[in-house]
Structures are given as C-alpha cells and as structure tokens.
Design a protein around this ligand. Sequence first.
Ligand code: B12
Ligand code: SF4
Length: 559
Amino acid sequence: MLGAAVVSERESRAGVAKDKASFRVVMVCLHGSHWMASRYVHALLRSSGYDAHTVFFRETFEQVLAATQDEIRLMARSVAELGPDVLGFNVTSMGYRECVKLVRECRKLLPGVPIVWGGTHASLRYRECLKENKEVDYLCRGEGDDAFPELLEALRCGEDATAIPNIYVNQPDGFIENAPRPLVQDLDGLPKNDYTDDNKHYLIQGKVYHGSNPIPFQQHTYYINTARGCPFRCTFCGNSALADKELGKGRYLRRRSIESVIDELKQAMELYPRLDYIYFWDDVFTAYPKWVMEFCEVYEREIGLPFFCYTHPEMITEKLMSAMVKAGLDKVTMGIESGSYRVRSQYMARFETNENIIKASTIQAGRGVKLTYDFILSAFETEEDKRQGLELCLSLEKEFKAQMHTMTYYPGYPITLKALTEGLLQPGDVVGAAEGQRRTQSMYAEDLKRNAYINYYFMAGKKWLPHDLIRWMMDKDVHNKHPKALVYGVSAVRIPGKLLSMGRNYLHYARYGHWRYLLILLKSYRSFIELHIGDIDKQETYECSEIHDRLGAPVAGFS
Ligand code: B12
Ligand code: SF4
C-alpha cells in the first residue's frame, strides 16, 4: 500500500540520483509490438529527454489470448531487469486483468518504483483502477501528451506530484483527483510514433528479444494516425465515452496538417526502404472530406504507396472514392454494424438508412479495391432483425468480405449500460470485469458453430454464390437443422482462402529473409487451427521461465 509519505520518499529518492537522460522510464504494452499508443508514448518520453524503454507483449494469432501466469512472471522479471525509475502501463479494458496481475508481480520486484497507468481503460475506469490496485501510484486520465512528462519531471526532481492536471494520485484511503487539461489541438506539434527497435524489448512465445523485433511489419507496412477523435458517437465504441468534457475540453475531432503526415511518411520511407504499404488507422479516415481530397493529391505525388483506411456510410462520395483510388487506396473497411435499421438507430446511435448504406457500397464496388464490411451481432437482434440484416447484406454490391464481430461490452460505453439495464448482460461479462475473457470481439470458429446463421454473411459477399440459394437455405432453416454442414461447407471455402493468403504472406517474408518471423508463425499454427477450426479456449500457451533463462540475454549495461 502506498501512502503519501511513501510517495514523497520515492519522489525524493528519484530526484537525488538522476539527470533526465539517465532517468529510466519503462513502459509496458500488452497489445503487440506495433500498438501505436505505446509507440507514441515511447516517442513522447524520448523527445522529452527521458531514457525510455518499452516492453511489448504478444504477437500474431495469440494476441486474442490472455497471458498465462508464467508469461506474467516473465514480463515482470523483464521489466524489473531494466531497472526502471518509473514504470508505466498502457491499460485497455481487454488487457486490464493482465495489468492487474502484472502490476502485483512488478510491485514485488520493484518495491519503491512509482507506477503510472494510462490509456483508454485507465481514463474511463479510473475509480476501479485506483481502488482495486493500490500498487498503482499515479493514473493519467485522458491525454498524456503534457501530463505524463510533467509528472515525470516532478518525480525526477522530487517535487510535488499531487496537483498535476489529468494526473490522479492514489492514496491508502482514496485518491486525489486533478482537473482535466484541454485536449491537445495542435497535433502537428506532437512527436511521431517511434517504430525503431531502440530501447524496445519484445516478449513473444515465451522468449525475450532485446532491441530486435522478430516481427518485421514496420519494415514493410507503416501504421499512422492523421487524426484524433471521430465525428460520431456510436454507443458500442470508445468515442461515445471518451468524448467527455471530464477528459478534456476543446474540439474532440482534430486533424494533422497534410504536410505533417506527408513528412512523417517520407521519413518512414527513408528509414524503411522496403516499405510498401500504409495503414491509416484513423477512426474514420474520410471525415473532413475536403482534407482527404487535398491530401490524396499530395499523397499520390509524393508517396504513392497502396493504403488501407476506414470509412463510414455517411462519409463516402463518388468524388472522394475516386480521389482515394487514384491515390492508391487498396483496401477499405466500412462499418455497417447491424443490417437492421431498428437495431442501428435504437441501440447503436447509427442513423444511416439502408438506402445510404447500399449507396455507399455501390460507390466503393467495382474499382478493384478490397472491400470489407464490419458487422456486429448482438442480443438486441430479434429473428426479424437477423433476417433484415442478411437481406441488407445481400443487397450490397459484390465482391466484399463480411467481417463479423460479437457485440463486446466495454465498461462505461452507453450500449453496455443499456444491455445491463435490459438484463441482456451480466456484470461479469463486461470486458475487464472477470478473468479468462477473450481479448477480441472478432468471431472465430467457436462462434460460427454456436450460431451457424453467421455463415450466411460470409456467403453473401461472394459474387459466384446465387442469392436465391442463400435465401432458400435460410427459409429451410438450414442453420438450425444442419449447422455443422453449413459451418464446414463455408469453412471449406474460407480456410483455403485464408491459407492461401497466409502462404503469400510467408513467401513475401521469406523473400526478405525474415526467418525468425516465419518460425514464430509456424509455432503459432496450433493457435491458428484452434481459432479457425477448433476451440478458442484450448489454445497453446507458453512455458516461459526456462526459455527466458536460456534466451533472455541481458541488455548491455543492465544488471
Ligand atoms: C488504431 C486502433 C486499433 C488498431 C491498432 C493499430 C496499431 N498498430 O496500433 C487496430 C485496428 C489493429 C485495433 C485493434 C484492436 N482494438 Co483498437 N483502437 C484503435 C484506436 C482507433 C486508436 C488507438 C490509438 O492508437 N490512439 C492514439 C494514442 C496515442 O492515443 P491513446 O491510446 O488515447 O493514448 C493517449 C492517452 O490514453 C495516454 N496514454 C496512453 N497510454 C498511456 C500510458 C501512460 C503510462 C500514460 C501516463 C498515458 C498514456 O496518452 C496518449 C496520448 O494522449 C482506438 C480508438 C480510440 N479512439 O482511442 C481503438 C481502441 C483502443 N481499440 C479497441 C479495441 C477493443 C481493439 C481490439 C480488441 C478490437 C478487436 N479486433 O477485437 C483490437 C485489439 C488488438 C490488439 N493488438 O490487442 C478499443 C479499446 C476498448 C477499451 N475500452 O479499452 C478502442 C478504444 C476502440 C473501441 N472499440 O472502443 N485498434
Ligand atoms: S464511426 Fe466508428 S470510430 Fe466513430 S464512433 Fe462510430 S464506431 Fe467509433
């Protein structure tokens, strides 16, 4: 338990010994080595002058699994070996339970080191985070761009760290709340995500890799945000809870300048000469159509690499689509969420009409762009909604991939409150509320078997499958009468397609000699099979302690 006296003892201890460049801040990320939030926070710390290190955990298919106790211990040991002056965690709801275990292990190994939490879950569930985890000393509620460096400076210099806006301070009998800062408006002024391997540590399949990521994505693909926020507030999405004045006043949807984005991409191309694909991970890339039109012109001229982005049925026009295709749009994902207007409008705060969705799909189709439409199936759907949903899916221009999700209830989101109120959800099923939950909302084999109806969505996107056949199967209730036949029939088409694209991927990485990555992929074959054919809960886990002793070579200069 951390008392105010202990806080000040830690603060002054940290302050006496270190100058900024040797003040080591170790960050923990549970979402793989390319998680932008952690790549960003690392860059922020480095640009503020600190000795930043980040430990990344989990990759490939295994990302959806919770960490084993063995892996938690390995992570804690790896973190402790780095000898942090401050320890920081990026906390999401899907990683919350692991953060709880991890923070306890870390506290045992690092009794006097201040621990700071930040990220979506920490911001939204600050009360629980601080109450349930007295090991956590400080919590950043909302944006950390200014608050985190200010906290670190106070800790380093042994100054008062109890009154920093956005920073909450844990106490044995409660916590100190501080006022929110305004949201950062000038995104151009922020440092760019740090994808280098400098001071990065990767824990993959029970092994620790210091300063050398065996997952080579960043050499070939670049992940970037051009904006923060979203113009919409869908009830199942973080924006519905994060766009809250308590988390910072000011314009919520902000965009970088075209020059800043292009500069970053040019730098990336210099740093990674094999770069051949860009992912724009903005919530809705096509928000601010004027910006996108101008951006596409410059992008085509100066970058010209194929790219991916998200769009929205109300945010796509012929003109915009043509500009994006000309600039290199290769893949686009549009959220349809539910095929039933009743469910969309009553439960999801999605008010686009079916006509608009069909129009948006017509605009996107037939241009050689790979189309994916997201659907979220939920307990709010009646039999009639399901039927309507599929009818809408059948009305969309082909060819597309239906990406199916289970409604996943994140704490504090409006849909979660609605589902709890309507008795459709038990409190223990809210993400982060209990152990052993999946870390994803994507659907896998297990879901398709449990609800064979979903398979029609996959069928609906195929050009060569007659709609009447799908309707006939629905009318004949094939999904209830012969679920196995339906599941295996659809899998017989889907799995070879997946294997083929994996094979292409293998060849691509083999061509560049990324053997360590290919070995990791090979080792995760069981997870792939369990996810796509078998049972998600029976996946492979990794024994770590031994491997760590064998392979976790200490970084030069570390104890
Ligand atoms: C881009 C994105 C993705 C990309 C990730 C690409 C990548 N390489 O990073 C993709 C599409 C792959 C993805 C996948 C998933 N995502 Co996502 N994703 C996002 C998105 C849109 C932006 C995240 C981001 O990078 N923001 C930029 C960073 C800089 O901002 P930030 O995270 O808010 O961090 C700030 C503060 O929180 C703070 N901070 C952050 N960490 C720390 C740490 C400390 C110590 C401190 C002091 C401060 C601090 O400072 C930062 C700067 O101000 C968010 C939505 C959103 N609007 O936040 C969802 C979001 C984070 N994702 C979410 C989810 C659920 C997932 C999936 C589980 C979905 C799935 N497929 O099942 C997966 C998980 C994958 C995994 N690896 O484990 C949820 C998390 C829910 C929750 N309550 O925690 C969000 C909020 C969206 C939602 N549905 O509500 N995602
Ligand atoms: S449009 Fe997409 S990103 Fe924006 S609030 Fe809705 S689900 Fe979230």
